[in-house]
Design a protein around this ligand. Structure first.
Ligand code: SF4
Length: 386
């Protein structure tokens, strides 16, 4: 459990129309958040960054806004960024432009004297919120009652809270990313007969069926909101992959119809999607890969080729701008940013940087020692995957 109590059990927080002020408790910014209309925000961020010098390291996830990513010292996916932070022990302040679970992982992997700051505490992740510690404990009891827990190796996606990573560490499992999910599952199936895969059912199913040759029937979905997960003991005993009912609210939006539509509109288009997309979308696509894979695929694509990309819109737009000689477009017709990634904007970045420059550490994300220890066991197991 983190020692950032205000954010701990908060669900995805969306501001704007019909926002619930009660659910926003604990996410206000003490001090003066500059107005978004301030024309000097860029200059203020630059000045604060310069004042902090080498004491500051700014991490920017690929899904961040352009206005924020311009101040990142390094960009990447969540795991790359956490490792980059750990490789910079000389920087006492790590400002993580990403979401909560990423800042937790950075805190776990960095040294004790390094403090990790998340510019807006409301930058959570709807997928990570779909698996809470209590729900996972309850699931494990269901597996024990069904007499299968001893056969199960838990695997959690990087996009999960530190609590869930620690649970997995305590139960002999591993963390995985979208790049190494197959290697993690190969390892887990060499160790046990079944895998409990959390919290993204799509990544688990896509990897098991498309990369490992399992049948769809080998996979069952455990729903934390139904008694016994909505599964009979017989189904649990027969299943090889027990998938947690969870998904990414961004990648889950793409549909087979989006793929059909873009193929009809753009002759010769290559459809490239992230494995967090639904199985039917991945089946209809030409290529599937992690964020880093998508970036490399477009770097290597020939001039004049057309690409419909099924991932977060900030990244797709940046890739489109970076490749003016290629026709890079968003897979869906509807605009789809990650709303929580977008919580980190220039005013919050300026506020956090100026606070640090004035000697105040704000919005620190700190994982307690025991949780950090077991979460690191699971993360280290991932690093040791064959
Ligand atoms: S893109 Fe999806 S998985 Fe990534 S932070 Fe947003 S909701 Fe979570």
């Amino acid at each position: 459990m983190t020692t950032t109590p205000e954010i701990d059990k908060l669900p995805l927080l969306l501001l704007g129309h019909e926002a619930d002020p009660g659910s926003e408790r604990g996410v206000s910014c003490p001090g003066d958040l500059p107005p978004a209309s301030d024309p000097d925000l860029v200059e203020r961020a630059r000045a604060a960054k310069a004042a902090l010098g080498d004491r500051l390291f700014v991490l920017g996830h690929h899904y961040q806004r352009d206005e924020v990513i311009q101040f990142a010292d390094v960009t990447g996916d969540s795991f790359k960024l956490a490792r980059e932070a750990a490789a910079r022990p000389d920087a006492p302040f790590i400002v993580f432009c990403g979401v909560h679970f990423m800042a937790e992982s950075a805190d776990i992997l960095t040294a004790d004297h390094q403090q990790v700051v998340l510019p807006d505490l409301a930058a959570g992740c709807s997928m990570a919120d779909m698996a809470t510690y209590d729900q996972v404990e309850e699931c494990w009891e269901v597996l024990e009652d069904a007499g299968v827990a001893d056969d199960v190796v838990p695997v959690t996606y990087m996009n999960s809270s530190a609590d869930i990573k620690a649970f997995v560490g305590r139960h002999g499992g591993t963390v995985c990313t979208s790049s190494n999910a197959k290697r993690a599952l190969d390892w887990a199936f060499a160790k046990g007969k079944k895998v409990l895969f959390m919290p993204d059912e799509h990544l688990g199913r896509n990897t098991a069926v498309l990369e490992m040759g399992f049948a769809l029937d080998d996979c069952v979905v455990y729903s934390p909101h139904r008694p016994e997960g909505g599964l009979s003991t017989a189904r649990l005993r027969d299943a090889k992959m027990i998938l947690w009912r969870g998904h990414c609210s961004v990648h889950g939006r793409f549909s087979k119809a989006s793929v059909d539509d873009v193929r009809a509109r753009v002759p010769g288009v290559n459809v490239l999607v992230h494995p967090e997309c639904k199985h039917e979308v991945v089946l209809a696509a030409d290529e599937i890969g992690s964020t880093e894979y998508i970036i490399k695929a477009l770097d290597a694509a020939p001039a004049g080729s057309s690409w419909a990309v099924g991932t977060e819109l900030n990244l797709v737009r940046r890739l489109s701008n970076a490749h003016p000689d290629k026709n890079v477009m968003f897979l869906d017709k509807t605009v789809c940013f990650c709303s929580t990634m977008n919580r980190i904007d220039l005013p919050h970045l300026v506020w956090s940087l100026e606070s640090l420059a004035e000697g105040r550490v704000v919005n620190r994300i700190q994982v307690d020692d025991e949780t950090a220890h077991y979460a690191k066991v699971a993360l280290d197991q991932m690093l040791a995957l064959p």
